[in-house]
Design a protein around this ligand. Structure first.
Ligand SMILES: Cc1cc2nc3c(=O)[nH]c(=O)nc-3n(C[C@H](O)[C@H](O)[C@H](O)COP(=O)(O)O)c2cc1C
Length: 364
């Protein structure tokens, strides 16, 4: 297949050789107890170095930001060293790599929190669902998320400082870029949504107030590096992790305008329909494009055809593929050749070893 997917794209400080981006994918294979990136992860990412850009899995910015078993961090020296070995190897293989900065907020469990404490959020409203903890056999086991503790106003600068430090660490670890994870019902999204945010300070109430923490975190990251090295992911209307934003589209457009003013490298739109949410309308896509003239990466149930259509219409500039990249380390090459795709095995998405991780075959 030929088309715009296989043309270069400038994204902030980088030039991508193609527009087939690897979406951030949590795989829960970091080494406990320090949540360190390891050789297995290095092999997995090196196999996928043909992506226009690899956006590495969501990575906690602090011990408090952790919500699942064996997800990697970017706050300790061994984590930075572990990531450095990965980015060096990906660069050697000709790739480019971005790190997704993550704080899960209330989607957590005392088992993951420092000193077994209560997870934090915008308000003391629980995510009525489960996360994963280590079971007796060492395998992930589902556990209810308890009611979180509302962050005090005085704690907000500390959260913002964690984003800044995580960005500094990512830079030291050799990443080419960072992406702020402001989507999918995690901490920043919990502040954005009136459903999970019932605060009466400067971080709650009006839409602008609910967007404040997202923008403060973004500004801290930009200040730690430069806007051309920073992207951000949002999921307007996404129903992930228990949120059903009433004003999600309005929030998305407001944030897009704010992002544009900051001249960041890209806006990553995580579209809701792959996970049971509604598909974005053409009208919303056009409105988003009008607010954000920079690079938009679309993700969520993309086929090459959907990607080409939206690229042709100028509504996105690149497409990120998630599950297809899990099962096809050489996805860009396969798409370009029109080759058949390996089918991902859902059972090995989260946790485990090489199986369903580094053993998917590339084309002969
Ligand atoms: C196993 C798995 C892990 C994921 N982990 C993350 C993540 O860490 N951060 C994130 O923003 N999205 C995450 N997502 C969402 C993907 O980035 C992507 O938006 C989604 O899979 C839809 O794209 P697809 O239809 O091409 O798979 C994950 C999805 C899957 C299936």
């Amino acid at each position: 297949m030929s088309g715009r997917l296989f043309t270069p794209l400038t994204v902030g400080a980088l030039t991508l050789p193609n527009r087939v981006v690897m979406a951030p994918l949590t795989r829960m294979r970091a080494t406990p107890p320090g949540d360190e990136p390891n050789d297995l992860m290095r092999r997995y990412y090196v196999q996928r170095a043909g992506a226009g850009l690899i956006i590495a899995e969501a990575t906690q910015i602090s011990p408090q930001g952790k919500g699942y078993m064996d997800t990697p961090g970017i706050y300790s020296a061994p984590q930075v060293q572990g990531w450095r070995r990965i980015t060096d190897a990906v660069h050697e293989a000709g790739g480019r790599m971005c790190l997704q900065l993550w704080h899960v907020g209330r989607v957590s469990h005392p088992a993951h929190q420092p000193d077994g404490g209560q997870p934090v959020s915008a308000s003391a409203i629980p995510y009525e669902n489960r996360t994963t903890v280590k079971g007796p056999d060492g395998r992930p086991q589902r556990a209810d998320c308890p009611t979180p503790r509302a962050l005090a106003t005085e704690e907000m600068p500390g959260i913002v400082a964690d984003y800044r430090r995580a960005c500094e660490n990512a830079r030291e670890a050799g990443f080419d870029m960072v992406e702020v994870h402001a989507a999918h019902g995690y901490l920043l999204h919990q502040f954005q949504s009136a459903e999970s945010n019932q605060r009466d300070d400067a971080y709650g109430g009006t839409l602008e107030n609910r967007a404040r923490l997202t923008l403060e975190a973004l500004d801290a990251v930009i200040a730690a590096w430069e806007p051309q090295r920073v992207g951000i992911r949002i999921s307007p209307l996404g129903i992930f992790n228990g949120l059903d934003d009433k004003d999600g589209l309005e929030m998305g457009l407001y944030l897009a305008e704010e992002f544009a003013q900051r001249g960041i490298a890209y806006l990553h739109l995580s579209e809701p329909d792959w996970a049971g949410g509604p598909a974005h309308s053409a009208e919303f896509r056009r409105a988003l494009r009008a607010k954000f003239p920079g690079v938009i990466i679309g993700a969520g149930n993309y086929s090459p055809e959907k990607a080409e259509d939206l690229l042709q219409k100028g509504l996105i500039d690149a497409a990120a593929f998630g599950r297809a990249f899990i099962a096809n380390p050489d996805l860009p090459r396969r798409l370009q050749a029109g080759a058949s795709l390996n089918v991902p095995n859902v059972k090995t998405f989260y946790g485990g070893g090489e199986e369903g991780y580094t053993d998917y075959p590339a084309l002969g």
